[in-house]
Design a protein around this ligand. Structure first.
Ligand SMILES: *[C@@H]1O[C@H](CO)[C@@H](O)[C@H](O)[C@H]1NC(C)=O
Length: 274
């Protein structure tokens, strides 16, 4: 796909992408509105959902391709997706648009892309969806947050202030509680990966020692993970990491066994050693 073999073709691509974005923003009076204001979707856009989703599928390809990713970001095309991400309707067609839009953001995964997502407040947007969306949109939103965290810049951003960290930690903890009621192995796996990555930051690690949901430590998910050795392994990795870096933990720590014993509620302990 030699789309960018010449500057002219590059410009053409950008124009094409903006047309695509404008099509997506169809129900707003002007595309500019969509970028900054949460626009209200009228019922008639639902009829156009399929077309919008086709355009979004194309955008996913553009976002994923190494040759087109940079112009895709430079032209700020992801901003066209935000109105879809901000919708809260539970109607199927809106859910479909949200998931497909998240799918576009999920394709961008280098530092440059992470900076773009941070600058445009994608984390609060994803956190909201993680708290309210369907299982599928929660999974994709968590996946995006996980990808952002995996980048050093992203992790630093989330752990920059206690407010920011605890906002993310609370959303994750609420998800764990919800998952105990309504299990989803794939979603749980992404949540655990987020916790594991957060622990790479010393302040976040200290916070999670006392704030990691009990359900992750007391065997609540044993059943859910029984048929998924990889997921089980990931949970074990989290518990090992929580227990300390070298195995020789300096104070009583909730190993998986201790956490499971009924008489001893797993406490992370008051210690704040990094
Ligand atoms: C594990 O912890 C959760 C949350 O505190 C609690 O609801 C659940 O009953 C516990 N399960 C076991 C087996 O102790």
């Amino acid at each position: 796909m030699p789309l960018l073999s010449s500057p002219r073709k590059g410009r053409r691509l950008i124009i094409w992408l903006h047309c695509c974005g404008t099509l997506l923003a169809h129900s707003c009076t002007a595309p500019g509105n969509c970028v900054s204001l949460p626009c209200t979707f009228t019922p008639n856009i639902i009829g156009k959902c399929n077309r919008a989703c086709n355009a979004l599928a194309l955008l996913q390809t553009v976002a994923a391709h190494p040759e087109t990713r940079t112009p895709f970001l430079e032209a700020e095309i992801p901003l066209y997706l935000f109105p879809f991400l901000k919708t809260t309707s539970e109607a199927k067609s809106f859910e479909y648009l949200r998931v497909t839009s998240l799918g576009v953001l999920a394709k961008v995964d280098d530092t440059e892309a992470v900076k773009f997502l941070l600058k445009n407040e994608v984390i609060p947007l994803c956190l909201r969806i993680m708290g309210t969306g369907s299982e599928l949109s929660k999974t994709v939103a968590t996946f995006i947050v996980q990808k952002i965290m995996l980048d050093e810049v992203g992790l630093q951003h989330i752990c920059a202030t206690p407010e920011c960290f605890f906002e993310a930690a609370n959303v994750l903890a609420n998800m764990v509680v919800a998952l105990a009621e309504q299990p989803s192995t794939r979603l749980l796996k992404h949540v655990i990966h987020c916790y594991i990555r957060l622990m790479d930051d010393p302040r976040a690690y200290a916070g999670l020692r006392t704030h990691l949901p009990e359900a992750l430590r007391n065997g609540t998910f044993d059943n859910c993970l029984r048929d998924d050795p990889a997921a089980k392994h990931v949970l074990q990795k989290l518990l090992d990491k929580l227990a300390g870096p070298t195995g020789g933990a300096p104070h009583p720590c909730p190993g998986p066994a201790a956490g499971r014993s009924h008489g001893g509620p797993a406490q992370a302990g008051p210690s704040h050693t990094p």
